[in-house]
Design a protein around this ligand. Structure first.
Ligand code: C2E
Ligand code: MG
Ligand code: MG
Ligand code: MG
Length: 278
């Protein structure tokens, strides 16, 4: 084999490739089973108005919880699902779950509840995406105003014209948009003013840096200003302590989200937050 031919490097390379391929196939099978068996559930984290403390919306964050209680992070399995071509099935499931929760909360009298759902680029690329989303919303009998779609800048790297068309169609229907993780990666201001976006979410790495110094703080202040001038509400993600929250308040940031306010929780734990809905 390769080793006998003295190509130990190639041998090593193909061994680890093989192990990785096996791992991927195994994870794919497990994720498929998890989806089938309903092991994927939504947790929720409130986004609050910095000034009033009112709850603006709840972000839905998917969790993979095994029967033994162990949890697998979406940061791990969502990128994997994207690679494996399973993200659209998972995305359909998540949207359906989110709508079911909205309907249940509506029935409990929380008719102003708004849930923010994270979307992957791949989901956005589906030709029947708009149709599917409309059908899901209509079948649950909820208002499109109770949904916000969170998208990252990677969506805009695709066919911008098409992305804009799809976004405007959703907007006409009543669904609003948030730009997630803003300020990281390939942040570009050139597209921002073109987008029909209601919320700008500043990435937590930037948010958490404000306490480090005046320059870090100035960067975040500028993003807050840009959001304001573009008529977007600005959300600071990843607030882990009171000092940071107070700092963001001084920078006139509109909304805040983070462990200091509330960790992502199962739907049943959301009651106290639902009663603070704006
Ligand atoms: P994201 O949309 O930016 O979500 C925010 C992440 O930050 C969540 O991680 C949340 O639990 C975490 N977080 C919230 N507050 C704090 C804080 O104060 N400190 C720190 N260190 N972290 C905080 P999570 O739930 O592990 O999700 C990670 C990412 O996975 C999300 O980032 C999103 O990109 C993706 N994701 C999660 N749920 C979904 C989903 O339903 N669909 C899709 N397509 N992606 C999802
Ligand atoms: Mg998000
Ligand atoms: Mg984010
Ligand atoms: Mg993120």
């Amino acid at each position: 084999r390769a080793k006998e031919m003295g190509r130990s490097c190639v041998q090593f390379y193909s061994d680890s490739m093989e192990r990785y391929a096996i791992y991927q196939v195994e994870m794919q099978r497990k994720l498929f089973v998890a989806l089938e068996q309903g092991l994927l559930t939504l947790y929720f984290q409130p986004e609050i108005d910095v000034k009033t403390g009112e709850v603006i919306q709840l972000e839905a964050l998917v969790r993979w919880i095994n029967p033994d209680g162990s949890m697998i992070s979406p940061a791990e399995f969502i990128p994997m699902a994207e690679k494996m071509g399973m993200i659209n099935n998972i995305g359909d499931y998540i949207l359906n779950e989110a709508c079911a929760h909205i309907r249940r909360w509506n029935q409990q009298g929380y008719d102003r509840v708004v849930v923010a759902v994270n979307l992957s680029v791949r989901e956005f690329q589906q030709t029947d995406f708009i149709e599917k989303v409309k059908n899901t919303i209509l079948s649950h009998g909820i208002s499109a105003r109770s949904l916000v779609f969170e998208i990252t800048e990677s969506v805009f790297m695709e066919d911008m014209e098409r992305v804009l068309k799809v976004m405007h169609e959703f907007k006409r229907f009543g669904i609003r948009f948030a730009v997630d993780d803003f300020g990281t990666g390939f942040s570009s201001f050139s597209y921002l003013q073109k987008l029909p976006v209601d919320f700008l979410k500043i990435d937590r790495s930037l948010v958490q840096s404000v306490v480090q110094g005046v320059k870090e703080s100035a960067v975040v202040e500028c993003i807050v200003d840009i959001g304001r001038h573009l008529q977007m509400k600005v959300v600071a993600e990843g607030i882990e302590d009171e000092v940071t929250l107070l700092h963001l308040e001084r920078l006139n940031c509109d909304y805040a989200q983070g462990f200091f306010i509330c960790r992502p929780q199962p739907a049943e734990e959301m009651e106290p937050w639902l009663s603070r809905l704006r």
